[in-house]
Ligand binder design. Structure first.
Ligand code: SF4
Length: 453
């Protein structure tokens, strides 16, 4: 039968609490069961004046408001507070009754400025340790990757600056040497967000961006580390620093690190070997210029003990000038002149052959040998790298608003990345707790009750 609903509502007052109106499987209800912010008040107490000014928003309420936004994908403060006015679940989650006035959206901005990224990092570490205590982190394998995040600037806000002027402003203050190759060139800068820099990747066009370094534990996909840098910084630029941060957060050294080919350089392999961490990282091929002639560098054998290189004709190449990334070695011109392989080895017109050996070359050779012996396990774990850490970036961007920065500046971007990671970890923790509860209920239902017997 065709139904009819009277839309006129007579009742203003209802009995019961807001909780009774929110479904049990709502994300905020589930997260509330695992969220522990009791310690936060003491942590931020020093940032507030003890005996002056009007009392501010309860730190737990502020954090719950921000978390509700990131959990529901409403990351802009104005939109969040507009939604909170009418959303029963958000009101209940932050502890505000229907008649209570919610804080103004600008209060959240001031709270973020007052706390800084350090407080959010403490909250992130606290949640990671909760996940660890719940058995969601194994530390056996940690996947590392970097992803670009579009900065919150218009392309119209880009200006070209002479690189000499840019370097003079940034490097000369630190006493850095000017690179002669970049002299006389121009660089694009963001006027409205100078921290964002032009960056591109295989998946993204050139645009103003930040870069997020992410580490994800393999067992349940918990994010164990996040850091934000400017877009142009290389993926490997903070590798050692982030490894130390992961160790400090988890309290143990991961057994194995996976990363993509961009991380397959000597410095990374050497850093992992020093820490006795296994690497599942495909080695980067030695760069070879288009049209380069002669045997590739791989055909030359480096002997680090005697600091010489042996060529395919078993002749010695001796060390020459040192570069930023390694050292050049050159063969004796008399050896090359009478060598039967010179037609295949020497570039046209060169009197002798020279090769560039990168720092930690021996570590790369070991990595190449290990790569050949990866076997089924190695390939399986590298496949997991793809969907674990790249999947985490995808989820953060599609469900939690990390596709684009919501505010400007490195500090604000760090806070956004940390809040996203906190929200994602809390969802995993809540889901695991729910699963545990269900299995306990199931076990009780199956097992006969001895009291009843
Ligand atoms: S050309 Fe020179 S460097 Fe090349 S194989 Fe012969 S001796 Fe060695």
């Amino acid at each position: 039968m065709l139904g009819r609903k009277e839309r006129g509502q007579q009742e203003l007052f209802i009995t019961g609490s807001l909780r009774g109106l929110i479904p049990d499987d709502h994300v905020l209800v589930r997260v509330d069961q695992v969220l522990d912010l009791g310690w936060l008040r003491a942590e931020v107490a020093d940032l507030y004046c003890a005996d002056n000014g009007r009392s501010g928003i309860d730190p737990e309420v502020a954090m719950r408001l921000m978390l509700a936004g990131f959990l529901l994908g409403i990351v802009q403060d104005r939109r969040l507070m507009r939604e909170a006015q009418v959303n029963l679940a958000i009101r209940w989650f932050v502890g505000y009754a229907l008649h209570e006035a919610l804080p103004d959206h600008s209060s959240l901005t001031r709270i973020r400025q007052r706390w800084g990224a350090d407080v959010f990092r403490q909250i992130f570490i606290h949640v990671v340790r909760q996940c660890q205590a719940a058995g969601l982190i194994s530390t056996e394998t940690v996947h590392i990757d970097a992803s670009l995040i579009r900065a919150n600037v218009s392309m119209d806000a880009l200006v070209s600056r002479h690189l000499d002027a840019v370097e003079a402003a940034h490097d000369d203050a630190n006493g850095a040497e000017r690179d002669a190759r970049t002299s006389g060139k121009f660089k694009k800068l963001c006027r409205t967000d100078p921290d964002a820099t032009m960056a591109t990747s295989s998946k993204a066009p050139l645009r103003p961006a930040y870069k997020q370094h992410t580490a994800v534990d393999d067992f349940a996909g918990v994010v164990v580390d996040v850091e934000i840098v400017t877009g142009e910084e290389h993926d490997t630029g903070r590798f050692d620093e982030r490894l130390e941060a992961i160790e400090a957060t988890l309290g143990v050294t991961p057994g194995r690190i996976t990363a993509d080919r961009l991380y397959g350089i000597g410095r990374i392999y050497a850093a992992l070997e020093d820490r006795r961490i296994a690497a599942v990282i495909p080695p980067l091929r030695a760069p070879r210029r288009k049209g380069a002639q002669g045997f590739p560098t791989e055909r030359f054998k480096f002997d680090p003990h005697h600091d010489v290189v042996r060529c395919p004709a078993r002749r010695r190449l001796t060390p020459r000038n040192v570069t930023k990334s390694g050292q050049w070695y050159r063969a004796d011109r008399h050896d090359c002149a009478r060598c039967p392989l010179k037609a295949q080895c020497l570039p046209r017109g060169a009197p002798s052959r020279r090769v560039h050996i990168v720092t930690n070359h021996a570590a790369i050779l070991r990595a190449r040998r290990k790569r050949l012996a990866w076997g089924k396990d190695g390939h399986a774990i590298y496949t997991r790298h793809r969907w674990r850490v790249e999947g985490t970036h995808g989820t953060a961007k599609t469900l939690h608003g990390l596709a684009r920065a919501i505010r400007r500046g490195l500090e604000n971007m760090r806070i956004q990345a940390l809040l996203t990671a906190i929200a994602m970890n809390l969802k995993k923790l809540a889901a695991a707790m729910m699963l545990l509860l269900c299995s306990i209920i199931e076990m009780r239902a199956v097992r006969p009750n001895p009291a009843a017997a």
